[in-house]
Design a protein around this ligand. Structure first.
Ligand SMILES: Nc1ncnc2c1ncn2[C@@H]1O[C@H](COP(=O)(O)OP(=O)(O)O)[C@@H](O)[C@H]1O
Ligand SMILES: [Mg+2]
Length: 224
């Protein structure tokens, strides 16, 4: 089942002389449960693509359809709710809240949702699955990089989103921790039938995913 469809997606930053063509017309779709790697040089448009899919920025042209909803038709507050319910983000720099405990960081996306109740048993099971239960009362600053990224992954999963968008999630991690974090992403992909779209610099890691999309200068040049 198709969960994401991208058509003729274009993004231009700035105007006139300062205009930067970040994405020059991308077309692809992703099925539910697929683990897709996006690979390409720095500046090729990978983060732009993820930010557009996640509704953090708007395209200049083209269409993004997630679960049969064209996200450009959503009003700002509808998009916020849609994003919170359907998309989990994992960033290179973890982006955890320093003043919140591990547990509260993970529960945070659900806390923002006025309708959803926090599923404490689910959050607890996530923390246990990700080997973070013993750390639940610690603060991000008390954890290693790998542990912080595990917290970020748990947080991304907390809302049971249909799609996880991960922008170089292992970019700041050593080889051993990279393998560990990749293992966790693979596991949630299998266990929760989670769709994952992951940007990576690492070709070896990309090869282990279901599919590889290579971007150069804002265009798809390879579909593995
Ligand atoms: N907010 C922005 N304003 C202007 N140009 C940007 C902005 N974000 C990214 N760019 C430019 O768009 C291109 C693609 O950037 P990006 O998507 O961050 O690439 P990647 O993630 O592959 O390194 C680059 O030329 C970058 O300089
Ligand atoms: Mg980037």
């Amino acid at each position: 089942m198709e969960i994401l469809k991208i058509e003729k997606l274009e993004k231009v930053y700035g105007t006139g002389e300062n205009a930067v063509d970040a994405l020059g017309g991308l077309d692809f779709s992703v099925d539910q449960g697929e683990f897709v790697a996006i690979i390409g040089q720095s500046g090729s448009g990978k983060s732009t693509l993820l930010n557009l899919i996640g509704g953090l920025d708007v395209p200049t042209n083209g269409k993004i359809v997630i679960r049969n909803r064209d996200i450009s038709t959503l009003k700002k507050n509808e998009l916020t709710i849609f994003r919170r319910r359907n998309i989990g983000f994992v960033f290179q720099n973890y982006s955890l809240m320093p003043m919140l405990t591990v547990y509260d960081n993970v529960a945070l996306p659900v806390t923002f949702d006025s309708v959803k109740k926090i599923d404490h048993p689910y959050i607890s099971s996530l923390l246990k699955d990700l080997g973070l239960w013993e750390k639940r009362k610690k603060y991000p600053g008390e954890l290693s990089g790998g542990q912080q990224q595990r917290v970020a992954i748990a947080r991304a999963l907390a809302n049971k989103p249909a799609i996880i968008l991960a922008d170089e999630p292992t970019g700041n991690l050593d080889t051993k921790t990279t393998l560990e974090v990749m293992g966790l992403l693979k596991e949630s992909n299998k266990k929760f039938h989670q769709t994952i779209i992951m940007v990576t610099h690492n070709a070896a890691i990309a090869q282990t995913c279901d599919r590889l999309i290579r971007i150069e200068d804002g265009k798809i040049v390879e579909r593995g």
